[in-house]
Design a protein around this ligand. Structure first.
Ligand SMILES: [Zn+2]
Length: 348
């Protein structure tokens, strides 16, 4: 189904303590093979950095999180990331009860992720033999998210009329887009890279702008936006105007239209406890949704409506184990809500 140009590696660091967690990884790998035909090379050794291409996905784990330990390993992982490999760590936290404390103390995890450009897959509520780990679904969606990006079929409609319409709407929102980008830059609202997230603008029911995929959200300009035509849920497809491909979080497009506000902004924060919904459980969806599939927007919509009702506001909710979604009419409103709800973790 997908052009699979990635090399997949699983560095199995299985130890006696973490033995119980390996079935979670094995299941995710098996699902990725069945669903997408990917083949993993399993080994107990890291691949040689020189032999690794940009198109490599490396999963390392299970790994017990110990600040100030595993330094040699982390140095090697950083070298792999430097070569352009997607390096993902499957962390194991010994005591689920201490997750907040451990993960906060493990602020080092965020620092390491940022510094080395690697990613600790967030350990959620799977209690496996007393350990806290990511779930099979988390590992699978990480593989998908890091290597497939776009699951949607896209058709480009770049007629002169459409291009001119796109340019007109871009011009109208130029300053607002720059203001939103400034907020993302000011509070550093991204996890590993500023390419996280998405911006959707509802000009009117027929005209929706969406950020192109992998755009830097801290330097976003109106030229980064494309015009979306009616998305078709049944075939997970849409047509667009604009040369660059639309955001991969397509389910947010109909969702944004359904909220009836001008802007939808999807963000991650450097503090994974916020992005993952652990810090503010009342703002978080009950279910985890795979990204990039239009069919989920209605379910997300009804969960969001319930969250809005329960929390007596209509501006923010969190996609469980993914990230925040803001629904606002202006950049000023966005900043106000960020300051009110979200703990800002200032990064060095
Ligand atoms: Zn996201």
């Amino acid at each position: 189904m997908y052009m699979n140009k990635y090399q997949y590696h699983w560095v199995n660091t299985q130890t006696r303590q973490t033995r119980v967690t390996t079935p979670i990884i094995a299941r995710a790998i098996r699902n990725a093979r069945l669903k997408h035909g990917v083949k993993f090379r399993e080994s107990h050794l890291l691949p040689n950095a020189k032999a690794v291409t940009r198109n490599a996905y490396i999963l390392v784990g299970p790994l017990l999180i110990h600040p100030n330990k595993n330094n040699d390993l982390y140095t090697k992982l950083g070298n792999l990331a430097l070569r352009g490999a997607k390096v993902n760590v499957f962390p194991v936290i010994p005591s689920p009860r201490k997750i907040l404390k451990d993960y906060k103390r493990g602020a080092f995890v965020c620092a390491v992720d940022k510094q080395l450009k690697i990613n600790h897959i967030f350990p959620d509520d799977v209690h496996d033999g007393g350990f806290l780990t990511p779930s099979t679904l988390d590992v699978l969606s990480n593989i998908e998210c890091e290597t497939f990006h776009n699951k949607t079929k896209v058709q480009y409609k770049n007629s002169p009329e459409n291009i001119s319409k796109l340019k007109t709407i871009r011009a109208k929102y130029k300053e607002t887009i720059e203001k939103i980008s400034l907020i993302i830059r000011k509070y550093q609202l991204y996890d590993r890279a500023p390419t996280d997230g998405a911006l959707i603008i509802n000009e009117n029911p027929q005209h929706t702008l969406a950020s192109a995929r992998r755009t830097n959200k801290t330097t976003l300009s109106s030229n980064d936006m494309v015009l979306i035509h009616t998305p078709i849920t049944s075939s997970n497809s849409l047509s667009q105007t604009g040369k660059r491909r639309h955001t991969s979080d397509v389910e947010l497009i109909p969702l944004s239209q359904s909220f009836g506000k001008r802007f939808l902004i999807h963000l991650h924060t450097p503090n994974k406890l916020v992005s993952r919904g652990v810090m503010y459980p009342q703002l978080s969806t009950q279910k985890e949704y795979p990204y990039g599939e239009l069919q989920y927007w209605k379910e997300i919509h009804s969960e969001a409506k319930q969250i809005f009702k329960n929390t007596n506001q209509t501006e923010v909710f969190n996609l469980k184990n993914h990230g925040l979604v803001f629904s606002v009419n202006s950049p000023e409103e966005l900043e106000k809500i960020i300051l009110k709800h979200i703990e800002i973790t200032k990064r060095a």
